[in-house]
Design a protein around this ligand. Structure first.
Ligand SMILES: CN1CCC(Oc2ccc(-c3[nH]nc4cccc(OCC5CCCCC5)c34)cc2)CC1
Length: 277
């Protein structure tokens, strides 16, 4: 089995958890058999701006450790001109995989996961970070709670990026998964990247946890989907459910006009979060 050495500490690779472009995530054990996740980034092909974006992500992740347990732990990191190693807390499962495998969601579990996601995103907003690409794969289940594993600051070093322009910013790698489109903010509202964009994305995740599909999943043609996401005339369907507070949260998150959309602070005060099952 291969080993990774970070700041003089040796780790044994158990398996690769995931990979994207120039980064790989491994599940590793230290000499005391404690499990960690190690994120490795190959910087050989990266340009200065990309390297800067990774350093920025690490700086913020390191700084925000102290503010919330809903931010993945970063224990140590090693940055050289050719690679980055990040020693992190290892979760059991990412929310995307969990959603794909689970047909029904327990209402109390959903409410608790929602509270965790709101707390994580509230913390990054309070420190001036807007993720703007939140999706289930950005959250990991660690024991019984959800933790945010990245802030959307580091560039995706992806091969053949066929990205689409959104609000004059290069956004999602289309080829990665059409789903980010659905979580992405309705881009017809020009203007700066707003924290309200993250509320839309979180709304889409909660919609998934409630109805088992994303708000626009039925639309398979990506261009039609894009037009529908931004079309104010298209009404998103909210099938009746017993939890009226949950229905209200969904309807207030999935409002196309960001100014009319509910804020994270208001969501944290919403009756849905009072933890009576
Ligand atoms: C499909 N299969 C995958 C392994 C396992 O799920 C995970 C286990 C741990 C984790 C993780 N922990 N700490 C993590 C710290 C950083 C990144 C992390 O993942 C990154 C990326 C991995 C691929 C899925 C999206 C997230 C991290 C994440 C997924 C079971 C399902």
């Amino acid at each position: 089995n291969d080993c990774i050495t970070i700041k003089g500490r040796q780790f044994f690779i158990l398996k690769m958890i995931g990979r994207g472009g120039s980064s790989k995530v491994y599940q590793v054990l230290d000499h005391k058999k404690q499990m960690f996740a190690v994120k490795y980034v190959d910087l050989e092909e990266a340009d200065a701006q990309t390297i800067e974006s990774y350093k920025n992500e690490i700086e913020h992740l390191n700084h925000l450790q102290q503010y919330s347990d809903q931010i993945i732990k970063l224990y140590d990191y090693e940055i050289t001109n050719s690679y980055i190693y990040m020693l992190m807390e290892c979760g059991n499962l990412d929310l995307n995989t969990w959603l794909r495998n689970r047909k029904t969601v327990n209402p109390l579990e959903r409410k608790y996961y929602w509270k965790n996601m709101l707390e994580a995103v509230h913390i990054i907003h309070k420190h001036g970070i807007v993720h703007s690409d939140l999706k289930p794969a950005n959250f990991v289940i660690v024991n019984a709670s959800l933790k945010l594993i990245d802030f959307g600051i580091a560039n995706r070093i992806q091969p053949d990026v066929t990205s689409i322009m959104k609000d004059s910013q290069v956004s999602h790698t289309f080829n990665e998964c059409p789903e980010p489109l659905v979580y992405s903010r309705p881009s017809s509202y020009r203007g700066s990247i707003s924290p309200k964009g993250d509320v839309w994305s979180l709304g889409c995740i909660l919609y998934c946890l409630t109805y088992g599909k994303t708000p626009f999943q039925t639309i398979t043609n990506q261009i039609t989907k894009l037009h529908t996401i931004i079309d104010p005339a298209h009404k998103i369907e909210f099938p009746e459910i017993s939890e009226k507070d949950l229905l209200d949260v969904l309807q207030r998150c999935l409002v196309r006009n960001p100014r009319e959309r509910i804020s994270i602070a208001e969501l944290l005060e919403h009756p849905y979060l009072q933890l009576k099952p």
